[in-house]
Design a protein around this ligand. Structure first.
Ligand SMILES: O=c1ccn([C@@H]2O[C@H](COP(=O)(O)O)[C@@H](O)[C@H]2O)c(=O)[nH]1
Length: 463
């Protein structure tokens, strides 16, 4: 890069980024819980149009010798940079969606292209390279070719090497070491901070020895110590991705189980507690007056409050029968439920452990169901379990039988507390039924459960 752009221009850019607080130094606790002496937030660039134009131009120069038909920014910070490159140099742009639309074409890549077109990926900061790789992977799924990516700042933590393994050459405008060298020379940071940052980079390199690009496995991070955001970014399954997204945005890892028997009561309850939950769980076969109108009201509430619908049907028959049960009958679960579940006793399917006392779902059963889930990860998003059963980031562990005060009921249900489930047993999401639906002020109580469960998750990832 240094050969294409003058040293002075790069040095001035580094100081400008520092001045607009796109680069900060101190003690920053990252979402992963790690303390970092440097923090980058290049989203601020959009507030400085001249700088945004300059950065886009430098990214374009970094790609000057390359042949490409279109550009695609990694969402979100790099989107405006890719837009400026596209407009200034008359290069068609492609937009990568984070989530497929629920209607229409369900495309993940927007824009016109021909199969085999070469696309240049644009990114603001690269650490492990997993965000760039995710975008590349999607473009390749859509029959585009990708050989190169340009980035404003390479943190030099293994991203270049990792992307190389996937056939992508990373071209960076700036590197972390150059950045701290210049800032020290310009008197913006002292030598102690410079050394601290360089040591941090040295000791926090991502392992690039794996052959394939699931960055998270290579980071050797355990699911239980990762943020929901990181896990959403790593998940390939779109429902899992969407759920992690909702959990992160609503700061909720609470599912409410609305086991009421009259549809009007269910709708009223869901509207009250909807703002606090990421999932509403139903048992439609206990509803006395089930109609299609109930489903459409529930779907409207799911949109209004942004939650997913989980029909707790616990399928357990042969594939052919389950297909009829799931897609047909009077409930037509497949038409409206985002999530449903199955026992694994009949063979491959989804997994379940029970919270009731004396349940038989232990040992080998759990091991086998985990294997089935891994073999069908395009279809499986997680497990019903009382303790985390695996550290695969994409699988969500959901725990029913939760009450703030613990205890049990007269029919064998055993309750655990939100903290015990999420912090001690390291599961992700708590399912609460009567603890919320059986009280006089469900909305306030749902919020209490939300706060307790989310605080336990935050405590866990900051360990
Ligand atoms: O092992 C399991 C599997 C599912 N459930 C379901 O969760 C709720 C719990 O309701 P509470 O009122 O909080 O007891 C209910 O719908 C069960 O069918 C479970 O409890 N245990």
């Amino acid at each position: 890069m240094a050969d294409k752009i003058s040293e002075d221009v790069l040095d001035k850019l580094i100081v400008d980024l520092f001045e607009i607080e796109g680069v900060k130094f101190g003690d920053f606790k990252l979402k992963s819980g790690i303390h970092s002496p440097a923090y980058f937030d290049l989203r601020v660039i959009v507030s400085y149009p001249k700088l945004m134009k300059q950065v886009s131009e430098l990214l374009y120069i970094a790609a000057a010798d390359l042949n490409f038909d279109s550009v695609c920014g990694v969402p979100y910070t790099a989107l405006p940079l890719a837009t400026v490159i596209s407009v200034e140099h008359d290069k068609p742009m492609l937009i990568r969606r984070r989530e497929a639309k629920d209607y229409g074409t369900k495309k993940m890549i927007e824009g016109k292209y021909r199969p085999g077109d070469m696309c240049l990926v644009v990114e603001d900061v690269v650490t492990s390279g997993s965000s760039v790789f995710e975008t590349v992977q999607l473009l390749r799924e859509y029959e585009l070719r990708v050989r190169d990516a340009v980035v404003l700042l390479d943190r030099e933590q293994g991203g270049t090497e990792r992307l190389k393994k996937d056939g992508i050459k990373l071209h960076s405008v700036l590197t972390m070491s150059r950045l701290v060298d210049v800032l020290q020379r310009e008197g913006k940071i002292d030598n102690g901070m410079r050394t601290k940052v360089l040591k941090f980079v040295e000791h926090n390199k991502f392992d690039t020895s794996g052959s394939q690009g699931d960055g998270l496995a290579q980071r050797k991070q355990l699911a239980s110590s990762m943020t929901f955001k990181q896990r959403g970014e790593a998940a390939q399954n779109l429902v899992a991705r969407r759920l992690f997204n909702i959990m992160e945005n609503k700061q909720s890892n609470l599912a409410v189980s609305v086991d009421l028997t009259k549809s009007a009561d269910i709708i009223k309850m869901v509207d009250q507690v909807g703002p606090h939950v990421c999932v509403v769980k139903t048992h439609v076969d206990i509803i006395e007056d089930f109609t299609a109108d109930f489903v459409s009201k529930l779907q409207k509430l799911a949109e209004k409050h942004n939650f997913l619908i989980f029909e707790d049907r616990k399928y357990a028959d042969i594939g052919n029968t389950v297909c009829h049960q799931y897609g047909g009958g009077i409930y037509k679960v497949a038409d409206w439920a985002h999530i449903t579940n199955a026992h694994t006793v009949p063979g491959p399917g989804v997994v379940q452990e029970m919270s009731s006392s004396g349940n038989l779902a232990t040992g080998e059963y759990t091991k086998e169901t985990l294997k089935i889930a891994r073999d069908h990860s395009d279809f499986v998003i997680g497990f019903i379990c009382q303790s985390r059963i695996c550290e695969d980031p994409e699988f969500i562990c959901m725990t029913p039988g939760v009450k703030l005060e613990g205890g049990g009921d007269s029919l064998g249900q055993q309750y655990t507390t939100p903290r015990d489930a999420v912090f001690s047993r390291r599961t992700d999401l708590v399912i609460v039924g009567r603890g919320i639906t059986g009280v006089t002020n469900p909305e306030a109580v749902a919020n209490e459960y939300r706060l307790a469960a989310f605080a336990s998750y935050q405590e866990r990832i900051s360990q």
